[in-house]
Design a protein around this ligand. Structure first.
Ligand code: TMP
Length: 213
């Protein structure tokens, strides 16, 4: 089973992914955790390039192709082999981030982005995508605090430095895109307590598993 997690910064994705891992492990399943950008060896260099504050001059198209390159390598070298080995793969961000950030966020054509994603993922779409939804003002406060605590403000602070209006567009983008792909994408309200959010994610996973049977 392949599950991806999406949302603006500071929705608590990392915490929830860890809970989902525990849930599957408790059932005796082997779980592989990964992320984009940066899930493959080459991808780790691409991630540094993409997220460093000094690289504000990347054009939207350059950025797009770096994310797609990261994804193609990640699918071929990491995600597909792990799934074939029978593991549950949980991925922090995937193809929908490109449609939402580069499309709804930066203004590139979402239809074209979807087609480019089709090339990058090479037929491997998630069984389920969970979008964690939160008010961007709350999300950004959480993300900025986390970066400061982890001393990552410079290396990974490029997106958090964007204006609030950009993050509002991203949130709306996720909701619009999710409504167009209800069969795969589930929106979960992430402003509730961590346990309540997890309960909703677990429900989404269980109904996705039932549909697969
Ligand atoms: P994060 O993994 O710490 O959330 O940071 C990744 C950032 O990269 C996040 O702001 C969203 C952005 N991003 C894109 O713009 N397009 C993409 O395709 C992906 C995977 C991430």
């Amino acid at each position: 089973m392949f599950i991806t997690f999406e949302g603006i910064e500071g929705t608590g994705k990392t915490t929830q992914i860890a809970k989902v891992r525990d849930y599957f492990e408790a059932q005796g399943r082997e779980v592989f955790l990964t992320l984009e950008p940066g899930g493959s060896r080459v991808g780790r260099d691409l991630r540094k390039m993409l997220l460093h504050v000094d690289n504000k001059d990347l054009t939207p198209i350059t950025e797009l192709f770096l994310y797609l390159a990261d994804r193609a390598q990640h699918v071929a070298q990491v995600i597909r082999p792990e799934l074939e080995a029978g593991k549950v793969v949980l991925c922090d961000r995937f193809a929908d981030s490109t449609v939402v950030y580069q499309g709804y966020g930066r203004g590139l054509e979402t239809k074209v982005l979807h087609q480019l994603n089709e090339v990058a993922v090479d037929g491997l779409w998630p069984d389920l995508t969970v979008v964690l939804d939160i008010d961007p003002e709350i999300g950004l406060k959480r993300a900025t605090l986390r970066n400061l605590e982890e001393g990552k403000a410079k290396e990974e602070g490029r997106f958090e430095a964007e204006h609030l209006t950009f993050h509002k567009r991203i949130r709306e983008g996720y909701l619009t895109w999710a409504a167009l792909h209800r069969d795969r994408i589930r929106v979960v309200n992430a402003s509730a307590s961590q346990d309540e959010v997890f309960d909703r994610i677990r429900d989404a996973i269980e109904s996705a598993l039932t549909e697969k049977k």
